[in-house]
Design a protein around this ligand. Structure first.
Ligand code: HEC
Length: 101
């Protein structure tokens, strides 16, 4: 039952009723930035991460960790801080947490 709920949560649309739910525009922007910069390693639409982190599993309550890892890099992952600004990284976070791939 718990596992089924988890799968449903991943394919369910964005939490539109949550007070801090990202706007569709922001998710779209994040999706485009993801496709351009992140999909080669993390897989198209986060579906095939191979050796890289499976972003569908990233803890949704750790935004600051996300921002730090993405801007400063982590081990095999290059830093993105020079290429993406805070708005871009916010949009990526919206995309990663939206559940809308
Ligand atoms: C060159 C391949 C590569 C690209 C491109 C890449 N990543 Fe990664 N990423 C990795 C690898 C490998 C890891 C696992 C790092 C580790 O924990 O050792 C990782 C880990 C992560 C993590 C988890 C960090 C943590 O705190 O555990 C996040 C979040 C992440 N990537 C986001 C992104 C985003 C967003 C982009 C696009 C802007 C991106 N990555 C592009 C290879 C990549």
């Amino acid at each position: 039952m718990a596992a089924a709920a988890c799968v449903l949560a991943q394919i369910a649309p964005a939490r539109a009723d949550a007070p801090d739910a990202p706007s569709p525009e922001q998710i779209k922007k994040g999706s485009a930035a993801y496709a351009q910069n992140c999909s080669p390693c993390h897989g198209p639409r986060m579906l095939d991460p191979q050796g890289a982190f499976d972003l569908r599993m990233f803890p949704q309550d750790q935004k600051s960790r996300f921002v730090t890892s993405v801007s400063k890099g982590k081990n095999q992952m290059p830093p993105w801080g020079g290429l993406l600004n805070a708005d871009d990284i916010d949009a990526l976070w919206a995309y990663v947490t939206a559940g809308e791939k």
